[in-house]
Design a protein around this ligand. Structure first.
Ligand code: ATP
Length: 335
């Protein structure tokens, strides 16, 4: 049996005719940060709500540190911190009062409660804002406060739904820094977002869903490698840029994207490491004085679009077999 901290197996959830989650399975090893990506309505929030015991699956199983979310919800709640995509703010409650209120709810008492609230305010950089009412907080401050609330009981697993949505660039950087610190502390994290490039930097693995089904789970590098069948290479010849363009036009397997001031950007049909090395060798043996030869990084967004276009999703992630009809009503109902 797997010792992953988070295990999701063959999960299903429908709302009437809407099949929000259809046979989702994945695991997150202890201490890893996993990004959860999908278009609007793909089923991210529905999946997360089941993981944090706020909703019941129609079928399938979720284990958090070996605890079944349906059978042992209280054990699960001790181990998870849930940051929803929006949270209730109480206009005239201060930052300190808000955290103190939740710390009471988590069972902290007396000096240990004050200490814990102080620690969390320090970590989320809210100490100077302790007396500020919630209706006077910026979006970024509010998100830090919501994260602080999530951290109060020091959970092992953090499940964050679009934590950086609506933040300005500075607040995003601050938030990313907090995620990095939490990862260094060994927290296991599951973070949803629409901003692929941002998750790429923060996450050990990325999990893409489309219409409630898994389409890819792996590192950003793996996604780019498996879906970057072509490569774009910049070739420069400081002394004779036009020679690069002429060479491209005369050689098969390469295509001119554009002539540049110092040479050309070219597309290689195969894009393998072998083809790239061979092109460089041929340029030189054909007498081009190459001063720069650089492969452009495929953007994660482009790799994802390629993946959907090529239908490689099906190859990368084998979907679980359909459930027998009687299994669908195994756990809960739609209420
Ligand atoms: P977004 O990025 O917009 O937040 P999402 O990936 O989180 O989207 P979900 O909120 O999980 O998507 O929704 C998945 C589908 O299930 C959508 O079609 C949504 O309308 C539907 N849905 C979610 N919750 C309910 C509900 N309580 N009742 C009816 N339909 C629902």
């Amino acid at each position: 049996m797997s010792d992953a901290l988070v295990q999701v197996r063959n999960l299903f959830r429908s709302f009437g005719d809407v099949r929000a989650v259809q046979g989702l399975s994945f695991e997150i090893p202890r201490g890893q940060v996993c990004g959860f990506i999908g278009a609007n309505g793909a089923g991210k929030t529905t999946t997360m709500r089941m993981m944090v015991t706020l909703d019941l699956p129609d079928a399938g199983e979720i284990f958090i540190d070996g605890n079944d979310v349906v059978q042992q919800p209280m054990e699960v709640r001790k181990r998870i911190g849930w940051m929803p995509d929006s949270y209730g703010a109480y206009d005239y409650m201060t930052v300190f009062e808000y955290l103190d209120f939740y710390a009471r709810a988590f069972g902290y008492k007396g000096a240990s409660r004050r200490d814990r609230v102080k620690e969390v305010m320090d970590f989320t950089d809210l100490t100077e804002l302790a007396e500020r009412p919630m209706n006077k907080l910026s979006k970024g401050m509010g998100q830090r406060l919501c994260l602080g609330r999530t951290l109060l009981h020091d959970p092992d697993v953090l499940i964050l739904d679009e934590p950086a949505a609506g933040l300005d660039p500075k607040a995003r950087v601050e938030f990313k820094h907090l995620v990095r610190l939490l990862a260094e502390q060994g927290k296991t994290m599951f973070i949803s977002s629409h901003i692929l490039s941002e998750l790429e930097e923060m996450c050990d693995s990325l999990l893409f869903i489309d219409q409630g089904k898994l389409v890819h789970h792996g590192s950003a590098e793996h996604l780019k490698r498996s879906n970057g069948s072509t490569a774009v290479v910049v070739v420069e010849s400081a002394s004779d840029p036009a020679a690069v363009v002429r060479w491209v036009e005369m050689n098969p397997g390469v295509e001119l994207i554009e002539a540049t001031k110092r040479g050309a950007r070219i597309k290689l049909e195969e894009g393998t490491d072998e083809q790239i090395a061979w092109i460089l060798k041929k340029l030189i043996t054909d007498g081009i004085s190459v001063t720069e030869f650089r492969r452009e990084q495929l953007k994660l967004e482009d790799a994802f679009v390629n993946m959907l276009k090529n239908g490689s999703a099906a190859r990368i992630a084998a979907q679980p077999p359909p459930l027998p009809p009687d299994a669908i009503s195994k756990i809960g109902s739609d209420t």
